[in-house]
Design a binder for this molecule. Structure first.
Ligand SMILES: Cc1cc2nc3c(=O)[nH]c(=O)nc-3n(C[C@H](O)[C@H](O)[C@H](O)COP(=O)(O)O)c2cc1C
Length: 214
């Protein structure tokens, strides 16, 4: 394969970037991002639902997920962050193409006393090992207990790392041994208002150990 060599890159030292430009670059470049549709419990049992795409798995023994939650524009904690700190629990529900509009609607700035689940008609199922309910329509729900809180950078962003204490998998996406990722039909975030569904699936077995002479 011939490799085209580009030489006319736009090179941007981050010391000269505004925070909003850095955000734009990161969210346009780190794509596609899976979307954690997170449920938490607020005061008086208010069920909070909101999406987060600065998210991934970060450990398998024990299973751990990490989500980066920014502050509100006025510096206040988002409801999800406050609820996780107060209860030590959250549920990550996998966002699918079928719930794109509902998931997006749940990102609106609802007041803390209002439940997105109630206002948007998002049906829930009870948590088994945590008090936080799960989003019923999501084919995979992961009950988490807070393990670490890691403040990042200037303090605008904080990483919340949770240990998954229970997986709930719809039989349509799990046969008891394998997860059918295609059947999950996950939705992924791109930059700005853009999303992507799974495209062509490519298969490559892991390479064998290269034979390199000592
Ligand atoms: C697809 C999507 C992904 C998002 N990802 C993040 C994220 O990773 N971190 C974050 O702080 N906000 C993210 N947001 C914004 C939050 O969803 C939004 O601030 C929401 O109002 C927070 O709700 P809460 O106050 O109920 O926690 C995202 C929004 C959308 C639509």
């Amino acid at each position: 394969m011939t490799q085209a060599i580009h030489e006319n890159f736009t090179s941007l030292p981050t010391s000269e970037l505004s925070a909003s430009m850095a955000y734009k670059l990161l969210t346009g470049v780190v794509v596609p991002r899976p979307v954690a549709w997170i449920t938490t419990l607020g005061q008086n049992g208010v069920v909070n639902v909101a999406p987060f795409s600065s998210y991934n798995y970060v450990c398998d023994t024990p299973p751990m997920l990490a989500v980066n939650i920014a502050g509100q524009d006025d510096g206040a904690l988002k409801d999800t962050a406050r609820n996780i700190r107060e209860t030590g629990e959250f549920v990550v529900n996998v966002a699918t193409r079928a719930v794109l509009d509902l998931m997006n609607a749940s990102s609106a700035l609802y007041p803390s006393h209002a439940s997105e689940a109630e206002h948007l008609g998002i049906a829930t199922l009870p948590g088994r090992l945590v008090k936080v309910p799960r989003v019923a329509i999501s084919p995979v729900q992961m009950e988490c207990r807070l393990a670490h809180i890691v403040p990042l950078g200037t303090g605008t962003n904080t990483l919340y790392i949770g240990e998954v204490v229970m997986f709930h998998l719809d039989p349509a996406v799990y046969d008891g041994n394998h997860v059918n990722s295609v059947a999950i039909d996950p939705i992924a975030r791109l930059g700005g208002p853009f999303y992507a569904a799974l495209g062509e699936i490519l298969k490559r077995p892991r390479p064998t150990v290269p034979q390199i002479d000592p």
